[in-house]
Each structure stands twice: as C-alpha cells, then as structure tokens.
Write a protein that binds this ligand. Sequence first.
Ligand code: GLP
Length: 241
Amino acid sequence: MRLIVVDDYNKMSEKAAIMVASQIILKPNSILGLATGDTPLGMYKELIKMYNNKEIDFSNVKSFNLDEYYGLSKNNAQSYNYYMKENLFKHINIKEENINIPDGTAKDIEAECKNYEKRIQDQGGIDLQILGIGVNGHIGFNEPDITFEAETHLVNLDEKTIESNSRFFDSIEEVPTKAISMGIKTIMHSKRIILLACGESKAEAIFKTMKGKITPKTPASILQLHNDVTVIIDKEAASKL
Ligand code: GLP
C-alpha cells in the first residue's frame, strides 16, 4: 500500500482528483468505481473544475458505484443515485447509459445483485476504484463480519454505520437498515484502488486497515493484499500509524 499523508482535506481532494484525471487521460474509456459519503465530495468538485477547464473528458468513461441503500428510490434525496447526480454527474459529460448504480428498489434484489456484478465483469472489471472508509473499517457497505462477502450482495447495516450515516437524515429512524453493496472480491478485482480518509474519527480504522491483521472484522484490511492501493489521508486520519 502506498501511503500519502497530506495536510488537509483540500490537499487530499486535489491529489485524488489528479490521480483520477490521469487515469481518464491515459485511458479515455476507463471504468471508474465511485464512492459516496462526505470524503469524496472535494475530489468530485476538483474533477468538475478540471472538466470545465477542458482538462478531462468523461464522454467515454463508464462508472459503477459501490453501493446504494435498500428501499430508497433514485429521486430520494438521501439515495446515492441522487447524491451522484447532484455532486458529479449533472456537472460533467458522462453519458447516462454509462452510469451504473445498484437499484435499491428492484423487486428481485438477488437478481439485481447478480446482474450488477455481471455488468462489472462484462466490462472487464474496474480500472480505478475510489474508496472511503467507515469508522468501523467498512468499504462500500461491506460491514465487519465473520467472513468476507465476495460479490455484490444485500447487506444488513451495522449499528455504527446507521448511527454515523444518520447525519444525512432527519432522524436515525429514517436511515435504511439494509443496502446493496459491491462485494470484497468485486472491489479487490479493481486494477487500481485509491482509499481516502480524513479526520481523527477515521484514525483507528486506518490503523487497523494498514497495520492490523487481515480480518473480515476490519473489511478494509483485505486491501493489504492488493498490489496497487494508494491511501491518501490527512494528518489526523494518519495519527495512529
Ligand atoms: C458510507 C458509504 C461508504 C463511505 C463511508 C464513509 O456508509 N457506504 O462508501 O466510504 O460511509 O463515509 P464518509 O466519507 O461520509 O465518512
């Protein structure tokens, strides 16, 4: 794992955006794996700036998002579909048909998971996957467990995740208790991975991810076995390393 410790959130966002931009410049038809949450917002802003300055072109890029809440429709302001549209897609020239996000309202969730996984494999996997990290070490919505879940699947969200994500909802009762998430194998098959984290609250998860035992109790720890992971974090998130 390559570690880059930066001064602050803005520096993390700039560095990550430069890496994504160079991926797109070198391979204009890149398959990007995208994440939600607060962490990648600054990176998306930087990418939009680069697009407006005509430094990058998303017309041949395809994207797959890591996850989506179960039960939330695309138009729900808390859905990850909505987040991606508002924070990135509506500002750039990615084609609608090239955007992939699990459908949290699919009638047959198992079929939706299988189909999502197949769509990723049909593209030959993800070229560059962006990851944030949960305070409990989750990636996507792969929660601490007794085994690593391989492929896209329906997840029961961890109490800590529900509590931490309740900040985006009016009340904790509104936070969905389930989600669809890419699996660990899906993520690990990505050719390159960038893991982003900021702030003291992520320090323990980052320590366990980089220095701890590889265990499904810290899902992100499996990244130690990937041969092209760049961890870009601020000083606070690096404080326990
Ligand atoms: C969410 C998402 C993750 C994200 C994580 C951290 O639950 N499913 O993909 O990385 O939480 O979020 P934040 O960046 O807001 O701390």
